[in-house]
Design a protein around this ligand. Structure first.
Ligand SMILES: Nc1ncnc2c1ncn2[C@@H]1O[C@H](COP(=O)(O)OP(=O)(O)OP(=O)(O)O)[C@@H](O)[C@H]1O
Ligand SMILES: [Mg+2]
Length: 412
């Protein structure tokens, strides 16, 4: 059964994470390997250094393959960046069948019509999620095949992106010696791994607070309604701390993670003084928790204000009964839930990857939400397609093929 594993690649701004997993006997995902490297060649969710991103993929996959001596040959990858847009589309077809029974071809045609009417040629389709079908005037239909009707309308949410950033992701993967199974929007992967069906039903805003971006997704009635990517994240806070405290970025990152509060009013230990180091690693001066929070709070507020603006513009602000779910590494910032409640004025919780995989403790963190969601997506796709990998994992030919392919690509 080892042939059934899939490989998920989360190309993040701060890290490259690879998960190898397969379907367990209980029907959940089972993690077979984790690879995590602290570089990726990305800025604000898009590749800016191809060599670095290729090296990060190679290293993270190798790390994930090692424990079970597996060989990955194709990957499911996320896409991010504020070039990504979501659009609600509709496509209608008359049912051509004589007895007016809806066939698979009619459904495919209605989706094609929706696509043709709304996606410009300079953009690449990433995901298409059907929200509902309307047969004649009856809406809310999930599976129209076999039903009778004169007219079929598909309401589809399409995710598109600019071609070049997507080509850079494709190229990094192929230069690293892997095939590409599918590209999936990071926000959708995170949403699948942290949101409950109930939250998606009564309405929820997911915010994946990453290093270079804040990815947003709104769900209502169980389906995706809106997505957006803000080119702002935890790096923004780290940079401001480095400038404000006159310390190197590595030091401001350490101070933020270990002592950073994003709501000054929650600090109880005002007397605590934290020693800092300068760029030579030498003892610098001591800084209080309040001084740290005075820099962090406005930056975190800014991220939430911009997210709230997007929510208000979407028209769903009064419809999301479950409130806001925060995930991604920046959701680990102390006081973030309380700051979120203050700004959104609705329930806020932190979302970790749910029980869709039987995982080791190491990935039970909001940092792994996208990777776990991608793995779940990959397993689902593989199930739907009844797909089997082309090579057996331990076949030495696979490793050889990858090496040869890489050697050739180094020449051109
Ligand atoms: N304990 C912590 N407290 C505060 N911030 C943290 C903590 N741990 C990680 N972070 C921050 O989380 C961010 C990384 O999160 P994540 O791994 O979700 O981002 P990413 O996926 O690499 O980036 P993006 O999704 O924007 O491309 C960094 O800015 C890091 O400083
Ligand atoms: Mg991310």
């Amino acid at each position: 059964m080892r042939d059934d594993f899939v490989t998920a690649l989360d190309l993040g701004t701060s890290k490259t994470c690879v998960l190898l997993g397969r379907e367990s006997e209980k029907g959940k995902g089972e993690i077979l390997g984790v690879g995590l490297v602290s570089f990726s060649g990305l800025k604000k969710g898009v590749i800016i250094d191809l060599k670095k991103s290729i090296a990060s993929i190679e290293k993270a996959v190798e790390e994930a393959e090692r424990p079970k001596n597996l060989t990955a040959h194709s990957l499911f990858v996320n896409i991010n960046g504020n070039h990504v847009k979501g659009i609600n589309c509709q496509g209608t077809v008359e049912i051509s069948n004589k007895n007016q029974e809806i066939l698979k071809g009619d459904v495919d045609n209605s989706i094609q019509m929706a696509k043709a009417s709304s996606i410009s040629t300079d953009r690449q389709l990433i995901d298409g999620i059907c929200q509902e079908y309307i047969v004649d005037s009856q809406g809310g239909i999930e599976k129209p095949i076999g039903m009778f009707g004169k007219k079929l309308e598909a309401k589809v949410f399409f995710v598109t992106g600019e071609k070049n950033p997507i080509h850079n992701v494709e190229k990094s993967i192929s230069e690293a010696g892997f095939g590409l199974d599918a590209i999936h929007l990071g926000a959708l992967a995170s949403a699948e791994s942290v949101l409950t069906e109930e939250e998606k039903g009564i309405g929820v805003l997911l915010l994946d607070l990453g290093a270079g971006t804040t990815e947003m997704a709104i769900y209502l009635n169980g389906v995706i309604k809106e997505i957006s990517v803000l080119p702002l994240g935890g790096d923004h806070i780290t940079n401001d701390l480095a400038i404000g405290l006159r310390v190197p970025l590595t030091e401001s990152e350490r101070l933020k993670k270990n002592y950073g509060w994003c709501l000054e009013s929650l600090i109880t230990d005002h007397k605590l003084e934290i020693p800092t180091v300068n760029s030579e690693g030498k003892s610098f001066y001591k800084v209080g928790l309040t001084s740290l929070a005075e820099i962090i709070e406005p930056r975190a507020e800014e991220i939430f204000f911009l997210s709230k603006q997007m929510l208000d513009r979407s028209g769903y602000a009064n419809l999301i009964g479950a409130g806001v779910v925060l995930t991604g590494g920046t959701s680990l910032l102390k006081g973030i839930e309380q700051l979120g409640k203050k700004i959104f004025k609705m329930p806020v919780r932190i979302g970790k990857p749910r029980n869709i995989v039987e995982f080791e403790k190491t990935i039970n963190s909001p940092i792994f939400s996208t990777a776990v969601g991608l793995l779940d997506y990959g397993l689902k796709k593989r199930r739907e397609a009844g797909h089997r990998p082309r090579f057996s994992q331990n076949n030495p030919l696979v490793k050889c093929y990858k090496k040869v392919r890489k050697t050739f690509s180094d020449f051109f």
